[in-house]
Design a protein around this ligand. Structure first.
Ligand code: ZN
Length: 306
């Protein structure tokens, strides 16, 4: 996602963790969380990062253990042994990982140069580490770090709902062509906008929407109501294909994202249109075009996609 102000301040264009990164996080974080008793909780001071106040988080999480770590769209949900659920959202720059990591992405160039090699193998909570879970078994902690604080953490009491989850449509990996087609029929908005609407299909983000539309040969600007059921099916299947491929390779290697074990993803080398403006289409050699749809950077081949 390119946002003018943020891009200027950071010196690069931030890209949001999408479903595959969140699913990779879920799979790798699960064994670091499930079954371990939380002994102590550390937080930074209260801010918009905390949908549940830090004091309440500390009180309710201490002594609990995580039964299961689930994912709905781009949200992670840790189900606790008392029935409460801890909702975690990576936002744009959120990083969820074990304290026993060695990812260069967690250390500034300056500290990489000055710290001894041992120090780089163990990350110590810093001013951007908003939530630290320490466990009774004395093993590695689980840390939630977010430089820009667009990530979120909330505790949902047993039996209660959450408006963020209620608004979500079918999870992208469980959706089918009909999910998209029934939402598309009466809509005059571009098909790309509909794909990004989380209340229809939850979890398709900007990169995967562009890639899926390319594979399905549908131009992102086409009016949703002019997309046939067959094409809707092709788009959903293509989105699932690229997301599953991305999960299998460990998520995209995007600016701030780190896997919970500190490793980098590898999907970015397989992108066919996203961030390839002006480069030749891999099918027909026509230069890839970039347009903006609903403030989102959008890439397509004007020849292959109609
Ligand atoms: Zn082409």
């Amino acid at each position: 996602m390119a946002t003018g102000k943020g891009a200027t301040r950071l010196g690069y264009t931030p890209v949001v963790p999408e479903l595959p990164e969140v699913e990779v996080t879920r799979r790798r974080l699960s064994p670091m969380l499930v079954g371990r008793v939380i002994e102590r909780v550390e937080t930074t001071k209260d801010s918009y990062f905390f949908l549940t106040k830090p004091e309440a988080l500390k009180r309710r999480l201490t002594g609990r253990s995580v039964r299961e770590l689930k994912r709905i769209g781009k949200y992670l949900l840790a189900e606790l042994d008392d029935g409460d659920r801890l909702l975690l959202h990576l936002g744009m720059t959120g990083q969820l990982f074990s304290s026993a990591v060695s990812s260069v992405r967690l250390f500034s160039a300056k500290s990489r140069g000055s710290l001894p090699a041992e120090a780089l193998r163990q990350f110590k909570a810093d001013a951007h580490t908003h939530l630290s879970l320490h466990f009774a078994d004395g093993g590695p902690s689980v840390l939630f770090r977010d430089v820009r604080k667009f990530g979120k953490v909330a505790l949902i009491r047993a039996g209660s709902e959450d408006p963020r989850l209620d608004k979500l449509g079918v999870d992208a990996l469980a959706a089918d062509g009909h999910t998209l087609f029934s939402a598309a029929r009466a809509r005059k908005i571009p098909i790309k906008s509909l794909l990004l609407d989380q209340s229809v299909i939850a979890g398709i983000g900007n990169i995967y929407a562009d890639e899926a539309l390319f594979l399905a040969k549908v131009r992102p600007t086409r009016s949703a109501r002019r997309v046939s059921e067959r094409h809707c099916e092709a788009i959903v299947l293509a989105s699932q294909r690229v997301m599953k491929r991305s999960i299998a390779t460990g998520g995209s290697s995007i600016s701030d994202y780190v896997n919970p074990d500190g490793s980098d993803g590898g999907y970015q080398n397989e992108r066919k249109v996203y961030a390839r403006k002006g480069l030749p289409c891999l099918v027909c050699k026509t230069p890839i075009r970039r347009v903006v749809i609903a403030t989102r950077s959008t890439h397509y081949c004007p020849e292959c996609q109609v």
